[in-house]
Design a binder for this molecule. Sequence first.
Ligand SMILES: *[C@@H]1O[C@H](CO)[C@@H](O)[C@H](O)[C@H]1NC(C)=O
Length: 310
Amino acid sequence: MLDVRNIFMSTIYLIKILGSLLALTFFSIFSVITTLRGNLGYKKQRIRQRIYKSGLFHPYCNAGGGGERVLWVAIQALQKNYPKAEFFIYTGDVEATPIEIIEKVRKNFNVDVSKSVKFIYLNKRKWVEADQYPIFTLLGQALGSLYLGLEALSKLNPDVFIETTGFTFTLPLFKYLGGCKTGCYVHYPTITKDMLKRVRNRQAIYNNRAVIARNPALTMAKLVYYHVFAWIYSLAGQCSDSTLVNSTFTQEHLNVLWNRPLHLVYPPCEVDHLKKIPRAAQRPKRIRIMSLAQFRPEKTTPYNSRPCTS
Ligand SMILES: *[C@@H]1O[C@H](CO)[C@@H](O)[C@H](O)[C@H]1NC(C)=O
């Protein structure tokens, strides 16, 4: 009888070896290109003198959600600490002018970033959208983000590149082709060991269609795909010079996958208006706290019903 597990493992090893060779080739080509361009010295010098150009990758910067607050508050903090640096945001919001975006940030978030922020408009944003890829969604989006990243890099090659929306695959691009210092803020891991576990246990869930869960051959194929994807995701993660995570949830998962130093920085939360609420003169006997949160399918933790700590 065929040993299914052996076939599975050998396939993964084979793909990994081929992948490593390919990665090595690309790595060498990239290094040669960057050395030839000889701009690395200047970049380092500009970073030392704190007059660097910083590119922030945030294709949906005009969306006005929690991830955007992180971006704007981070820029505000960077502007304060590096007054001579310039900040460029790569965005696909081609229909909004810089003034409109900055006004919206001031109005919605009460954050003023007008000083030294410029926008680099990208036209290929549709390539990173999940609904473009009904199958192989993770891979499709990863390749799409490389394509979008190339557009970004060709429009501006910064000294420091910061990725804030989970497009981890742009990091190797900017690090090796662009010769940039890189950093990222991770809200949510692209793939987790839990996702792999659900496929292995043939559970039909948001990331695993019933057709696949029912069929052992399809399950096997998907497992190979997920293993290889998790591995290239961790390779891409190695290209981050400095990594921040938004929660212990993301920290735990990335610890397993990336094996890199991670810094936990909780997202900023606007509380000024709450501080203004008048309080009763006497402290109430019981303090009740009501917390509103969103529920998302990807946050289920089916094997231990421990609530997720993010
Ligand atoms: C971290 O980011 C994810 C995705 O944006 C979000 O759902 C989660 O609530 C965040 N965690 C914290 C602690 O803010």
